[in-house]
Design a protein around this ligand. Structure first.
Ligand SMILES: Cc1ncc(COP(=O)(O)O)c(C=O)c1O
Length: 417
C-alpha cells in the first residue's frame, strides 16, 4: 500500500504554534474576549483596504450578519448562483427572504452579469456574487450591473481570501464582502468569519447587531479548536499516510462510505434545525488570524504553483476537465477536477488506491434541493455543472511538487487506460 506521497483531501492550513496559542489563550482567560479581536479586525480592514470589518463565528454567521445589516424588506428576492454551498441561500430563506438562482458558467463555475440579469425582477433586493473554488467571478461587470439597477451586492469570498482582480482584493468590490476562516479554507483560524464594508450605514447596523450577538461558550471554543488542531495534525501528508489513509483504504476494501461530509438536503436539514444565530469571532480566532494575514499571500502563491503543475500535466487528457482561469487570479482553494458523472467514483477509487484522497464537493445544484422547491424545478431545469462530476484535489503548498507531478501521471494513465 502506498503511504509515501499520499495527498489528503484537504490539508488544514494552521500557522505554526497554533496549539501553543490555544493553550496560552486558555490559561490567560483570553479564549473568548480579548484584545486580539480589535487588532485583527483593524489589520484585516487595512489589508483589504476597506474602512469596516466585523468578525463573526463562521462564514455563514457572517452572511447572516451581513443580511441583517442590509435590512432588506421581508420577502425580497436574493439572487445566488445555482451551483454553490447551499447553506448560504438557506440562511437567506430562514431570515424570510426568497432565494432565486441564476445559471453559472459551465467552465468557471461562476455567474457573470448576464446570468444575474436574467433573474432580476422588481422584487430583487440583493445579489450574492460568489468566487467559487478560489476563482474570481467577473466582479467589476457585476458591480456595474447592480449599481446601475440600485441593487445591493454582496461577495461570497469563502473560497477567495487573497484573490485579486486588477490588483484589488475581492470582498472590496461589493457593498459587503463575506469571508470564512473555517478549517477547510485557505485561512483557517480555528473557525470564524468576517464581513467587510465601506458603507457606514451597513457598518452601523452590523455593529448594533453584534452588540446583541451570541458569544460562544468557553468549552465549545476549546472543543472546536482542539478538533481542528487534530485535523491539522492528521492532514500533514506524512502523518495522513500512516493514519487516516490506511483507514480509508480499509473502508474502500469493505465497501464502506469514505468519511464524506454531509451535503445537500441532509446538510440543510441539520443546519435549519440548529437555529442559527449571529455569533462573535473569539479572541483565539483573532490571534490566529493576525498570524494568518502575514502568510496568506505566500500560501496562495504556493497553491497556484502546484495547480499550474497539475493543469499542465492534465491539459489535453481526454475526458478530464481542469479549471480554466478566467478573470484575475485563481488561488485554487479547491482544485475542481471534472469527469463524466458515471466515471467519477471509479476515478476516486483509483486515486485512493494510489495514495490520493480526492474529495466529493460540498457544492450543490441548489435548484434541485427540497428546501428550494427541488421537484417543481425539475421540469425547467437547465443542465449545468453538477456535483456528480467534480472531484476536489488539494494542491496546497504543503504537498511537494513531485507528488503533484505523480498525481498528474496517475490521472493521465487512468484516462488513457
Ligand atoms: C462558497 C461558500 N460560502 C460560504 C461558506 C460558509 O462558510 P462557513 O463554513 O465558515 O460557515 C462555505 C463553506 O463551506 C462555502 O463553501
Amino acid at each position: 500500500m502506498t503511504i509515501v506521497g499520499t495527498i489528503p483531501r484537504r490539508c488544514v492550513n494552521l500557522p505554526p504554534g497554533s496549539l501553543h496559542t490555544l493553550i496560552s489563550c486558555s490559561a490567560g482567560g483570553r479564549l473568548q474576549e480579548g484584545p486580539a479581536i480589535e487588532k485583527f479586525t483593524r489589520a484585516f480592514s487595512d489589508w483589504l483596504g476597506v474602512p469596516h470589518v466585523f468578525g463573526a463565528g463562521s462564514g455563514r454567521s457572517a452572511f447572516q450578519l451581513a443580511l441583517q445589516a442590509l435590512d432588506l424588506e421581508t420577502g425580497a428576492e436574493i439572487i445566488f448562483p445555482i451551483f454553490t454551498f447551499p447553506v448560504m441561500p438557506m440562511v437567506a430563506k430562514l431570515l424570510g427572504y426568497n432565494p432565486v438562482f441564476c445559471e453559472v458558467d459551465p467552465v468557471t463555475f461562476n455567474s457573470g452579469p448576464d446570468h444575474i440579469e436574467e433573474k432580476i425582477s422588481d422584487k430583487t433586493g440583493a445579489v450574492l456574487a460568489t468566487h467559487l473554488f478560489g476563482q474570481p467571478c467577473p466582479i467589476r461587470e457585476i458591480t456595474e450591473l447592480t449599481q446601475g439597477r440600485q441593487i445591493l451586492l454582496m461577495e461570497d469570498c469563502a473560497h477567495a481570501c487573497g484573490v485579486r482582480v486588477d490588483g484589488r482584493l475581492v470582498g472590496t468590490y461589493a457593498d459587503v464582502g463575506i469571508f470564512s476562516f473555517a478549517e477547510g479554507k485557505n485561512m483557517p483560524c480555528f473557525g470564524g468569519g468576517a464581513i467587510a464594508t465601506a458603507d457606514d450605514n451597513i457598518a452601523g447596523r452590523a455593529s448594533e447587531i453584534l452588540s446583541r450577538a451570541v458569544m460562544p461558550e468557553k468549552g465549545a471554543v476549546w472543543k472546536k479548536a482542539l478538533d481542528i488542531w487534530l485535523k491539522w495534525l492528521l492532514t500533514r501528508p506524512e502523518i495522513f499516510g500512516l493514519t487516516v489513509y490506511p483507514l480509508l483504504r480499509l473502508k474502500l476494501l469493505m465497501g464502506q462510505p469514505l468519511m464524506d461530509s454531509t451535503v445537500g438536503d441532509e446538510l440543510l436539514e441539520s443546519f435549519a434545525a440548529s437555529n442559527p444565530q449571529v455569533e462573535h469571532l473569539v479572541n483565539l480566532q483573532a490571534e490566529i488570524g493576525l498570524r494568518q494575514l502575514k502568510r496568506i499571500d505566500a500560501f496562495n502563491q504556493g497553491a497556484r504553483k502546484n495547480a499550474r503543475i497539475l493543469t499542465e500535466s492534465l491539459s489535453g487528457v481526454s475526458d478530464i476537465g481542469v479549471p480554466q482561469a478566467a478573470d484575475g487570479e485563481h488561488i485554487y482553494v479547491y482544485y475542481p477536477l471534472t469527469v463524466t458523472p458515471d466515471r467519477r467514483d471509479a476515478l476516486r477509487r483509483h486515486l485512493l488506491e494510489h495514495g490520493i484522497d480526492a474529495k466529493i464537493t460540498d457544492m450543490s445544484d441548489c435548484s434541485l434541493l427540497r428546501q428550494f422547491g427541488g421537484a417543481e424545478n425539475q421540469a425547467n431545469h437547465r443542465s449545468g455543472p453538477t456535483e456528480a462530476s467534480i472531484l476536489e484535489i488539494c494542491v496546497y503548498p504543503v504537498i511537494p511538487e513531485r507528488h503533484i507531478r505523480r498525481l498528474g501521471q496517475i490521472i493521465q494513465a487512468w484516462a488513457q487506460g
